[in-house]
Write a protein that binds this ligand. Structure first.
Ligand SMILES: [Zn+2]
Length: 233
């Protein structure tokens, strides 16, 4: 029987450090295929644990920032919506209102929400065998250790540091007492993560017209609406 894995993604970390992957490819139009992330992680974990691993849930933790200068929360929400609707990812968001929540940081909000979800799922009988942490901060080490003490196997999926792109703690770069396999690095799998663009018919978000496009992003606008928008600018 396959081992069951749950994946816990620190979305703030992933969103910011995926730039490493773009820089590594240094290629026009390089995009990540978010739809395949769960199945790729299942393949990588299967190779690491030398046993079939089925990702039963992929939980992505993010924040929605309101009343923040120069921050477009509609864009964040559209991205989360895309992950939830089209990529089979469970998105768990914390809202930070910059008018009233002056003491909270995005990292802390995500860290606490992620930790609570891990511990909740750990005590649910038979929910999963492996907890895979997609993160870069050593702040997660106590959580990973506790998860392991609760009888789960643990894995870390992170990115190496390149030049001034220092996105992860080197404490996560080797197998440790708190993990059951060597760390998995996104940068080793950059070609598997590449979005292969395919022509498809999509509906314009503004006027509803259908058009053939290779655009796979969360929101699609038809050529008429795009050129109308350009003229208005
Ligand atoms: Zn349109």
């Amino acid at each position: 029987m396959a081992l069951k894995a749950m994946v816990f993604v620190d979305g703030n970390w992933f969103y910011h450090s995926r730039q490493v992957l773009f820089n590594l490819k240094n290629e026009d139009g390089f995009e990540l295929d978010y739809r395949r992330i769960s199945s790729l992680i299942s393949e990588w974990l299967s190779a690491s644990f030398k046993k079939e691993v089925d990702v039963v849930r992929c939980l992505y933790f993010g924040v929605v920032q309101t009343n923040k200068l120069n921050c477009n929360s509609a864009k964040q929400i559209a991205f989360y919506d895309f992950l939830a609707r089209e990529c089979s990812i469970d998105v768990i968001t914390s809202t930070i209102d910059y008018k009233s929540d002056v003491s909270i940081s995005e990292e802390r909000a995500i860290g606490i929400s992620l930790s609570a979800a891990v511990l909740k799922n750990c005590v649910m009988p038979d929910s999963f065998d492996i907890a895979a942490f997609v993160c870069g901060s050593s702040d997660y080490i106590p959580l990973i250790s506790q998860t392991r003490m609760l009888g789960k196997r643990t894995a870390v999926i992170t990115m190496r540091n390149f030049g001034d792109m220092q996105h992860s703690s080197t404490q996560l770069h080797t197998k440790n007492v708190f993990t059951d396999c060597e760390p998995i690095f996104f940068d080793d799998h950059v070609d598997e993560l590449r979005l292969i663009r395919q022509e498809q018919e999509r509906e314009c978000k503004s006027c509803g017209a259908k058009e053939i496009t290779t655009w796979a992003g969360p929101e699609f606008y038809c050529s008429n609406c795009r050129s109308g928008y350009q003229r208005k600018r």
